[in-house]
Structures are given as structure tokens and as C-alpha cells.
Design a protein around this ligand. Structure first.
Ligand code: AMP
Length: 586
């Protein structure tokens, strides 16, 4: 197949703004393409060589492309660059210079699609020393044999500026007409695409084996499934009504979504945007290998950074340490993760994407072996707004963003690539940021794990309520302590250790150790939220809720100058909550 057929179609596509015409031109070109080449032509029309999840880009820098054009057109680089300043498009400049050239030379061998694809593929894959020269000569060679219009499109393709505006949906429309038997088959093709993320493969399959084969299309470990997304509502009652009176409500963890594909001992991890992020999570890979009890599986999880000492969840920014090439081992140590599993999409030969959620959830529970670092997302089945609301507040208090409410109806399939009402998110939409530090009283502690074994991992802190003369719990802190603090604080607290909760301490929590309210420390938190767990300001802002400080961190200051009764008061915290309340989006 000649590359000129494609270049001609590109010219026509570029000349129209109408999507329908664009689709017609695509249909023509697809019908003209030998079936063995369909996938490559589909990738090329989108300026690619492979589906995105392969992570292979043609990636030729503009400067290098200029050199190749100069060489092929027999001009100085400077001339090309100057003209490019005027046109603003290296493609157009290339066409111009190649036109000048063709007036004085003969055409060489016509370019075929295969040759263009293979050359670009070699360019994309050449790395290391000498690769720049190789790329240059391969590209110049291709351009020398190209017509001016072909050269324009080749240059745009290699520099990542093809931009014909052929969206995935346009290709699917064209495939339906060209090979599916009509527009109405688009839905089946779309589903195949949504569960494979590979337009080229879907195109080739429908061209070779027809639409019936597409109807049988199933998920395959190794091919990412486009993620299902949630709609949003802001009250428990509305959510339950929308979901038919009953739902499974899960923690909405604040981390990174990971789709894990397991094939025997091989594991690939994809991000929400379907990039291959396997290298960023060697620990995640190991957890999947060891604790997903299936030979083959596709599961989804939220990876959340946890404090290695206290096991507390940390804000998702901590995962940014994973976004790098080197130092992953250190990041793993300092910022370990827990995987909270929430979907099973494929298990040992069974595609579960069309099964209702309760069935998928059963599979998930069956194959996940629970450990400290691998868990099934915590959830409840809610049938009335009150229990849903309570669960919501509990999750927020635990540092989650809110809840995901999932349909349990017969039609609750996994809607790959779609945002729909089968999943509804209910997020904490108010938060109150604190800029000031607060001084809180240490009233209890949990024993530590890991590096903090033998000492305390986290401390329960309370504010003072002068009206009742009690200390009301407001947060648990495990962060911000240096090694020196870890020695000093337990010593300070030792003489105040008691065998039971102090009568003036108001808390619903079960602690390993209790203290007399004496030691005051300074804390900086990210924000104040409502909480059903902490007793500070209980029922003052909302019935059944107190306030809590989220993401607290010890500033390093022991307020030895303050007695427990001088600590920040309940009233102050209520004012802080109200005063800085602002609506946030998200
Ligand atoms: P959003 O990004 O706000 O639209 O919320 C959807 C995201 O929440 C998903 O893409 C997941 O990364 C994340 N998430 C956290 N917990 C869950 C859960 N239990 N079920 C589904 N998604 C979850």
C-alpha cells in the first residue's frame, strides 16, 4: 500500500471541519487498506505507532527533524529554520522546500506504508550512543523518497504534531461503517476498545474476523481496561435513592489508582491514565504476586502511602516520591504503601466485567489474601441514609476523602471507560484549613510497630473544654517526631501513665496506654473536619459529630510553659472550623 493514499486522505481530512466527512474519508482509507496493515494505519492516523499503553513515542526533536529536512531537500538548516519562523509549522516548510527540490530531480521509489511505519519504528526504538545520527539518516532517507505532501505528514508525525483531530470515537465510527456492517455496531466496537485500550487490535480483528468476533471480545491480562468513573452527589439520601435504596459504600482512599494485571508470576501495573507504572511500585508488584491468589487476574486498587511507624494513611502527595527513575528503593522504605483492593475484573480465564458488582466483589474477597499491606477496601452495605452518613463521617475521620457508593443491582456491570451512576462518590466538600498551630494535651497512646516497636507509635491528643472541665479527644498524631523526640516524649509521659482512662478525659477510643492530662505539645494540622469519632465539640456543629484535626504533625515544640488547662480549647477549635470554612471543589 502506498503511503500517498494515506497522505491524500490526510489532505482531505485536514480540509474539512465536518466530523461526518472526516469519518467518510477514514472509511475510504480503511477499506482500501489490506487487512494485515489495518492496525498500523489506525495508529498512524492518530500520530502513533502503538497503543498508548506501550509507552513508545516516535519522539524526534524538532531540531533533528530540521536537519533531516535540510539534508533531504538540499538546503541549509538556517533556511529551513527561517522559513519555519514564518509558517510556524515545520510540516508546511518541509512541503515548500521539497517542492522546490522536485522541480529539479526525479521521483525515487514510491514510499509504501510498510516502509514508513518500519522506519519510524526503528527510529523510535533506537537509543544509546550513535542513535541520533542513525535517526537522522533514517529520517532523511525517508524524506528523500517522499513527495512534498508525504514529507509534510512524515515530519509532522515524527515531531508529534500531526493533529488531524481523529479522535478514538471517530475511528470507532469509521470501523463500524467499514467492517461492522453499519453505524449501529459502533457500541460493540467501543466496548472492545474500552476493555483493551487498543484501537489497532480492535480494527484488525473486525477487519479480519467480522463483528461477530467483536461481540465475543473479552478482557485479557496485559491489556489495560479503561477505568470506570463515578458520578457525584452530596447527600446520603439522594445517593440511596439513585441506587435503588441499597448500596455497598466503600472508603474512598486518597492515593493512586492502580490496575494490576497478573499472569503467573508476571505483574504489570497501569495508572489511571493507563501508563505502565510497574517500575514505580516494586513493592506493589510483590504484593500482587504473593497475595492475589489466582494464576491470572486483573484487579484494581488504590495505593495509599502509609506511615511505616504508625500505619496511618498519609495524603496522596507522598506518592509523588515514586514518580522518578532512581531512588525507588529509598522511597519504598520511607513511604511504603498499602493496596486497598476494590475490583476484580478477570480471574483465571473468567472475564467478570459484565457481572454485577456483588459477584465481582465475591471474587475479590476470595482471591485477596489479607495482609498489613494488602486489603480489600473497607465497606458496609447501607440501606438507610443515617448509616450511610455515619460511615461517611467515619471514613473522613480516618483520613479518607469520603466514600464511593456502588450499585448492587443486577445491571451493575463494570462500565469500562465511562462515567456513570453505578458508582457515586460522596466527598467531604467542606474543609476548614488551619494556618495556626494548636496546643494539645497528650491523653493516650498506641504501641508502635516497625522502627517504633518497644515505644509508642501514635498519641491521642485532646483539647480542653473549660465548660465541663474535661479533655476531649481531637486527633491522633504519629508524624513529625525526630529520633530524639521518640526518646524524650515517652520519658516525659512515663510518670503520668495510668491503668485506665482518666476521669476528666472524654474519648470513645480504646487506647493501649492512658495518661493523666499533663503534657502539652504543639501541633500543626492540615484542616479541621467533622468526625463521629472524636468527642471534641460533640453535637455543637452537627448532631452526632465532633471535630477533628486532619493530618496532624508535631512541630517539635513541647509546651512545658503551659499546663493542660492552658491548651487550645474546644471553643477555639469550633471558631477555627467556622471561621475558615470554605467550599472546596474536588
Ligand atoms: P475521582 O478521582 O474524585 O473522580 O474519584 C475516583 C477515584 O477514587 C478512582 O479513580 C480511584 O482512584 C479512587 N478510589 C478510592 N477508593 C476507591 C474505591 N473504593 N472504589 C473506587 N475508586 C476508589
Amino acid at each position: 500500500m502506498r503511503y500517498s493514499s494515506i497522505a491524500d486522505a490526510y489532505e482531505r481530512i485536514e480540509a474539512t471541519t465536518k466530523r461526518l466527512e472526516m469519518t467518510d474519508y477514514l472509511v475510504e482509507i480503511l477499506k482500501e487498506t489490506p487487512t494485515s496493515l489495518i492496525d498500523k494505519v489506525v495508529y498512524l492516523t492518530q500520530g502513533k505507532l502503538y497503543p498508548d499503553f506501550f509507552g513508545i513515542e516516535i519522539g524526534i526533536a524538532e531540531k533533528l527533524a530540521v536537519r533531516a529536512v535540510a539534508r533531504a531537500a538540499g538546503h541549509r538548516e538556517k533556511d529551513i529554520e527561517e522559513d519555519m519562523q514564518k509558517t510556524g509549522d515545520l510540516g508546511e516548510t518541509t512541503q515548500k522546500f521539497m517542492e522546490k527540490k522536485t522541480q529539479s530531480t526525479f521521483f525515487s521509489t514510491p514510499l509504501t506504508v510498510q516502509r514508513v511505519y518500519e522506519t519510524l519504528d526503528k527510529t523510535a526504538n533506537s537509543t544509546g550512543s550513535g542513535s541520533v545520527d542513525m535517526k537522522l539518516s533514517m529520517l532523511a532517507g525517508l524524506l528523500s523518497d517522499a513527495s512534498p505532501s508525504e514529507a509534510k505528514y512524515i515530519v509532522r508525525t515524527v515531531t508529534g504534531s500531526l493533529r488531524l483531530g481523529i479522535a478514538d470515537m471517530t475511528v470507532l465510527d469509521a470501523l463500524a461503517v467499514a467492517f461492522g456492517g453499519g453505524k449501529e455496531t459502533r457500541e460493540e466496537l467501543e466496548r472492545a476498545y474500552n476493555i483493551s485500550s487498543d484501537l489497532g487490535r480492535v480494527a484488525k480483528l473486525v477487519a479480519e474476523e467480522g463483528i461477530e468476533r467483536i461481540k465475543q471480545f473479552e478482557v485479557l491480562p496485559g491489556e489495560p481496561i479503561r477505568p470506570m468513573l463515578a458520578e457525584r452527589l452530596s447527600s446520603s439520601a439522594e445517593i440511596l435513592e439513585k441506587l435503588g435504596g441499597k448500596c455497598r459504600a466503600e472508603y474512598k482512599y486518597d492515593g493512586e489508582r492502580i490496575q494490576a494485571h497478573k499472569k503467573n508470576n508476571d505483574v504489570i501495573l497501569f495508572s489511571r491514565r493507563l501508563e505502565n507504572i510497574t517500575d514505580q511500585y516494586p513493592d506493589g508488584v510483590e504484593y500482587i504476586q504473593k497475595h492475589v491468589m489466582a494464576k491470572e487476574a486483573i484487579v484494581e486498587a488504590e495505593a495509599v502511602a502509609v506511615d511505616p511507624q504508625t500505619g496511618e494513611m498519609k495524603p496522596f502527595q507522598e506518592l509523588m516520591h515514586r514518580r522518578r527513575k532512581y531512588g525507588i528503593q529509598e522511597a519504598m522504605k520511607e513511604h511504603p504503601i498499602t493496596l486497598f483492593m476494590f475490583e476484580a475484573l478477570y480471574v483465571d480465564g473468567k472475564d467478570l466485567t459484565l457481572q454485577p458488582y456483588p459477584v465481582r466483589h465475591e471474587y475479590l474477597k476470595k482471591i485477596i489474601e489479607k495482609t498489613d499491606n494488602v486489603k480489600v477496601a473497607e465497606s458496609i452495605i447501607a440501606e438507610n441514609p443515617e448509616e450511610l452518613e455515619q460511615f461517611f463521617e467515619k471514613t473522613v475521620d480516618d483520613g479518607s476523602e469520603g466514600i464511593m457508593c456502588k450499585s448492587m443491582n443486577q445491571d451493575s456491570v463494570y462500565q469500562a471507560g465511562a462515567r456513570g451512576w453505578l458508582w457515586i462518590k460522596y466527598k467531604r466538600d467542606y474543609k476548614s484549613e488551619i494556618t495556626d498551630t494548636v496546643d494539645l494535651v497528650v491523653v493516650g497512646a498506641f504501641y508502635g510497630r516497625g522502627k517504633r516497636a518497644g515505644t509508642y507509635g501514635a498519641y491521642l491528643l485532646a483539647a480542653y473544654n473549660p465548660d465541663t472541665d474535661t479533655f476531649e479527644s481531637v486527633t491522633k498524631v504519629g508524624t513529625g517526631f525526630t529520633d530524639a523526640d521518640l526518646e524524650k516524649l515517652p520519658k516525659l509521659l512515663d510518670s503520668h501513665k495510668i491503668s485506665h482512662k482518666h476521669p476528666r478525659v472524654d474519648s470513645t477510643l480504646e487506647m493501649d496506654v492512658w495518661f493523666e492530662p499533663k503534657v502539652v505539645i504543639e501541633i500543626r494540622g492540615a484542616d479541621i473536619t467533622l468526625s463521629p469519632i472524636h468527642t471534641c465539640a460533640m453535637n455543637i456543629i452537627r448532631e452526632g459529630s465532633g471535630v477533628a484535626i486532619r493530618f496532624p504533625r508535631f512541630t517539635g515544640k513541647y509546651r512545658v510553659d503551659k499546663s493542660a488547662e492552658d491548651a487550645t480549647t474546644t471553643q477555639e477549635l469550633v471558631e477555627m472550623y467556622r471561621g475558615q470554612l470554605k467550599k472546596i471543589d474536588g
